[in-house]
Ligand binder design. Structure first.
Ligand code: MRU
Length: 348
């Protein structure tokens, strides 16, 4: 388990470790209302697909105010629309919100006070289950790595991005604890620098050997060093196995494919969108160009002329043909994907 908690329920509010100021400051933000939660997801105080799904589930609980069941359900439906709109790509957000709504609807006719208790337990269960899924992902994924493995990762799919422990970093943590991991190369991950600010911070705390590289160095590293695997997380996986993840994942997969380096994607089942057939149907979040212009968040330090035009798609789609294996808490999946019925015993 990691040494810090990205999110923590504190009797009547949610405490979030503010990921915008890491690694230089350890600061916590308290969310006491659904609006606080929505804002924290939008401004990336909390980020990473599973972490925003869990956070949104607590947001739904905070939205439930009325003691009348029917009014409470209205409050939840409004909150759901608001929360889901904050970040469109990671499907875990919608998954967490819908699970809470479903739980509330199943309490039809019960007293609002009782329903609120049930909702709080549901949010806590979602959190607990995510951590358990990460440990299972870690164990399945570590089996894929050879002895003395050297891996490369992109963005942050660690404890910070989940309920704790991590998906891609869950595999890296598990392989390290089994003594089979030699080294991790970490892409800095422009423009928000989740690799250099967050993944490097997590790995250094646990003394996992790592080296930071800028994103455009990955091909050179694969050409000149022994890289055994690329391991990344996911924000949404469609039925055919296409994967939305942090911008730059697609180019990394092309580069890995060219160099015959296995490309592994790690995610809990809550990241699979059974409603979408393929990646082109996934909405891609466009964020402010300021994130590209001011990578360190300092408004006086633009890296380009003031008048420059900027695009900032936050995610890209990696086609399933470039992915060697998808690791979930239920096992190892290869093409043709059968996420609904497959379990690891059948054909991992
Ligand atoms: O914009 P972010 O930081 O929320 O993007 C995060 C990623 O792309 C992660 O790789 C993904 O959510 C998986 S986290 C276990």
């Amino acid at each position: 388990m990691s040494l810090f908690k990205p999110l923590l329920w504190k009797i009547n509010y949610l405490e979030l470790l503010d990921q915008r100021v890491l690694p230089h400051q350890i600061r916590y933000i308290n969310c006491k209302s659904v609006d606080d939660v929505a804002e924290a997801i939008k401004n990336m105080t909390v980020r990473g697909a599973p972490a925003i799904g869990i956070t949104a589930a607590f947001g739904m609980y905070l939205a439930a105010k009325s003691d009348s069941f029917h009014i409470l359900l209205k409050e939840l439906e409004e909150a759901a629309t608001h929360l889901i709109s904050t970040r469109p790509t990671a499907v875990n957000l919608r998954w967490g919100v819908e699970r809470m709504l479903h739980k509330a609807r199943s309490c039809d006719g019960r007293d609002g006070k009782v329903v609120k208790k049930i909702l709080l337990k549901e949010a806590k269960d979602i959190h607990k289950e995510d951590i358990e899924m990460n440990f299972r992902i870690g164990r399945f994924g570590a089996e894929l790595l050879p002895k003395d493995a050297v891996v490369l990762t992109h963005c942050n799919a660690g404890a910070l991005a989940t309920g704790g422990h991590g998906t891609a970093l869950g595999i890296i943590r598990e392989a390290f604890s089994q003594g089979k991991l030699k080294h991790v190369y970490v892409d800095e991950t422009r423009p928000r620098l989740q690799g250099s600010r967050l993944t490097a911070w997590e790995l250094i705390q646990e003394k996992i050997p790592m080296t930071l590289i800028s994103d455009n160095m990955a091909a050179y590293m694969m050409k000149t060093r022994k890289i055994d695997a690329v391991v990344v997380g996911a924000d949404r996986i469609t039925v055919n196995g296409d994967v939305a993840n942090k911008i730059g994942t697609y180019s990394l997969a092309i580069v890995a494919n060219f160099h015959n380096v296995p490309f592994y994607v790690a995610a809990p089942s809550s990241t699979i969108d059974f409603k979408l057939k393929c990646g082109s149907e996934i909405p891609i979040e466009e964020r402010s160009g300021d994130e590209v212009l001011f990578p360190c968040g300092n408004d006086n330090d633009s890296i380009a002329p003031k008048e420059v035009s900027v695009r900032n798609p936050s995610f890209d789609i990696t086609p399933s043909s470039l992915i060697s294996t998808i690791v979930t808490e239920r096992g190892l999946f290869k093409q043709p994907y059968d996420f609904k019925t497959k379990n690891r015993e059948k054909n991992s």
